[in-house]
Design a binder for this molecule. Structure first.
Ligand SMILES: [Zn+2]
Ligand SMILES: [Zn+2]
Length: 196
């Protein structure tokens, strides 16, 4: 054996990850099972949020039943709110300690995003239900793992059925305490649905 590669593992776990509790749906029609997973520290452009509350919505239910193209096993939950723990490089929109309502991510580059209509982002499918990061230097990877194997997360950019989540800064709303009235409700599922 040569020098141990601590860049990959330490104490049996991937480096730069934290333990989280999450509700995992193992397969189509599976139940929500509480398990311990590992979550990567925030990458560039991401914020690690301690989830304080989350809505439960029929979208989680129909996804569990396979009506959305989300791959399994997966962590669902898409109406979360919480407190920013840490942010990755390049994140200035939120900082540690901010109370946030977690919105959806968007690409920021397509016709609709550039037109100021991120809710109609042309990459919405990838952004919400690919189970992976959909852009940035780690696009195609997941921040979630179980026993060293990848688990699908990033559901609606958050997978809020967990003690912590990792999401792209575009989904981070401002400080929920300071923001005035309606602005605190960064477009979440209900708002968007109502607008459609
Ligand atoms: Zn919903
Ligand atoms: Zn877009």
């Amino acid at each position: 054996m040569g020098v141990e590669d601590t860049s990959i593992r330490r104490g049996g776990y991937p480096m730069n990850t934290i333990p989280i509790r999450a509700l995992v749906v193992e397969e189509k029609d599976g139940t929500f099972q509480e398990q311990e997973l590992r979550l990567e520290e925030p990458a560039r452009g991401e914020a690690l949020v301690r989830v304080v509350a989350t809505g439960v919505c029929h979208t989680d239910q129909i996804t569990r039943h396979g009506d959305m193209p989300m791959p399994f096993p997966a962590v669902l939950g898409h109406e979360g709110a919480g407190i920013v723990e840490r942010v990755g490089e390049g994140v200035t929109e939120v900082t540690a300690g901010d109370k946030v309502i977690i919105g959806w991510p968007w690409c920021g580059e397509c016709r609709n995003c550039l037109d100021g209509q991120p809710r109609y982002c042309l990459r919405t499918g990838d952004a919400l239900v690919s189970g992976r990061r959909f852009k940035g230097e780690r696009a195609g990877t997941t921040a979630y793992s179980r026993d060293g194997k990848p688990i699908n997360g990033h559901f609606f950019g958050q997978s809020s059925f967990a003690t912590y989540c990792q999401h792209a800064r575009e989904g981070a709303s401002g400080d929920a305490d300071r923001a005035p009235g309606p602005a605190r409700l960064r477009p979440g599922n209900g708002c968007r649905r109502g607008a459609q």
